[in-house]
Structures are given as structure tokens and as C-alpha cells.
Design a protein around this ligand. Structure first.
Ligand SMILES: Cc1cc2nc3c(=O)[nH]c(=O)nc-3n(C[C@H](O)[C@H](O)[C@H](O)COP(=O)(O)OP(=O)(O)OC[C@H]3O[C@@H](n4cnc5c(N)ncnc54)[C@H](O)[C@@H]3O)c2cc1C
Length: 211
């Protein structure tokens, strides 16, 4: 299997970093081809704009999706977007590894979604959800939280993690036609002790082995 890990954390020694390293080790050991988009280390620019394109469709008025479609048809994306789109299109499975920030993905990952998942490249009118262009691929979120599992229970302040992750699972993966793999969640990663975190890493290894 070809696997793309989109990893988002500013600190390599973070627990997210440990989950990313464990994923690379485990999946490589199993013989999979693993690529990592390490957005902070690679200096990915999350801000969308005219700089996304090397040509232009309309010099008078900037309409993002029109420019994306034009670039998709003419091969006119900036090099970092071409690189990320190629990584994505090569992959059978895409894993987002990120800390939960403000009940959502960090801005760096949101920017990757906005810029890389371009109109004309991965979706078009009528080619979404069940008819999505990335049918056949799978998507998975691996997320760390500060909040405890109780906070993500039906009575908790955030509600179940499935609801919190809907923008990723429904709004991105399923939108593109991908099959959602249930998320891996390391709740309260900074609050628990080292043994608890090692147990999370062992669970994560088992989840990866079972993919
Ligand atoms: C802007 C912002 C918004 C936030 N919003 C939310 C929110 O909405 N909801 C919520 O629940 N939380 C929220 N948080 C908290 C955040 O989700 C957690 O701090 C984060 O998910 C913890 O993951 P980390 O990778 O950053 O852990 P880190 O803090 O980097 O690491 C946790 C601990 O793991 C240790 N560690 C690293 N590697 C290993 C290893 N191999 N083995 C064992 N231990 C290891 C580290 O040394 C550290 O002690 C927010 C935080 C920020 C900054």
C-alpha cells in the first residue's frame, strides 16, 4: 500500500511527532511505501492566494476555484502544490496526524486542505461524496487532545469525537469519495503519565498493523 502521512506539529519531540515516527516505522516494517508531508519542517505556506498559481485565468478579478480549475487543466499550480497533489494522488491511504486545536485541525493543516485539494484536481461539480474523484482511497485521522475522554463523552463539553472530527471525516475524506477509517485518538496526551503515553503508542502500532 502507498501511504501519505500529513503530519502537523511545530515540535518534533511532541507526542504527535512520536505518533508520526511510530507510524513511519510500523508501516515501513510491514512493507508499505510511506511518504510524509511534514508541513512545519517543509515550511508549507497555509495561506491561499494568487501565489498558488504560475499562470492566471482572470487578471482582473481573483476567483479561487476558477483559477484552480484553470491550473488543473493547464498544469499551472505552484511547485509546492504540484508536489503535494502528486503525493496525494499516489496514495492509497492518507493519514492526518495533528493535535486538536480549537476543536479543529491546526491552521497549517486547514491551509493544506484549502490549497492542495483543488477544484479540478480532486473534485468537480457532480463528483463529490458517493461520486467523489478519490473513490478507492482511504482516509484516517490520528489526533491528540488536551481534553480527557470524559470531555468527549455524549455529556461532555465537546461531545463525541466523531462529531468533533466531522469536518475532516465528512467534510474532506468523504467529500472526496474516500472511505473513512475510524480515527485514532490519544486523549489528554499531555495530562497522562509516560506509561499511559507508551500504551497509546502500542495501541497505535496495533491499529496500524490491522489496517
Ligand atoms: C491553540 C491550541 C488550541 C487547543 N485547543 C484544544 C481543544 O479545542 N480541545 C482540546 O482537547 N485540546 C486543545 N488543545 C490542547 C492540545 O490538543 C494538546 O496540547 C495536544 O493535542 C497534545 O499533543 P502534543 O503532540 O502537542 O503533545 P505534547 O505536549 O508535545 O506532548 C505531551 C507529552 O508527551 C511526551 N512525549 C513525547 N514523545 C513521547 C514518547 N515517545 N513517549 C512518551 N511520551 C512522549 C512529551 O514529552 C510531553 O510530556 C489546544 C492547544 C493549543 C496550543
Amino acid at each position: 500500500m502507498r501511504i501519505l502521512i500529513v503530519y502537523v506539529h511545530p515540535e518534533p519531540t511532541s507526542f504527535c511527532g512520536a505518533l508520526k515516527d511510530r507510524a513511519v516505522e510500523t508501516l515501513s516494517r510491514l512493507g508499505h511505501e510511506v511518504e510524509v508531508s511534514d508541513l512545519y519542517a517543509e515550511g508549507f505556506n497555509p495561506v491561499a492566494g494568487r501565489h498558488d498559481f504560475i499562470g492566471q485565468f482572470d487578471s482582473e478579478r481573483f476567483h479561487y476555484q476558477n483559477e484552480q480549475l484553470h491550473a488543473a487543466n493547464e498544469g499551472g499550480f505552484a511547485p509546492e502544490l504540484e508536489r503535494e497533489q502528486a503525493r496525494l494522488l499516489r496514495a492509497d491511504l492518507v493519514i492526518f496526524i495533528f493535535p486538536l486545536w480549537w476543536s479543529n485541525v491546526p491552521a497549517m493543516l486547514k491551509g493544506w486542505v484549502d490549497r492542495v485539494l483543488a477544484f479540478g484536481v480532486v473534485y468537480l461539480d457532480g463528483l463529490r461524496f458517493e461520486r467523489g474523484m478519490l473513490k478507492g482511497k482511504r482516509g484516517m485521522a490520528c489526533v491528540t487532545t488536551g481534553g480527557t475522554p470524559e470531555r468527549f463523552s455524549p455529556e461532555g463539553v465537546y461531545g463525541p469525537i466523531e462529531g468533533v472530527l466531522r469536518p475532516v471525516n465528512r467534510g474532506v475524506f468523504e467529500y472526496l469519495g474516500m472511505e473513512v477509517v475510524p480515527p485514532f485518538v490519544a486523549y489528554a496526551a499531555p495530562r497522562i503519565d509516560d506509561a499511559g503515553r507508551r500504551a497509546y503508542l502500542d495501541d497505535w502500532t496495533r491499529r496500524l498493523e490491522a489496517l
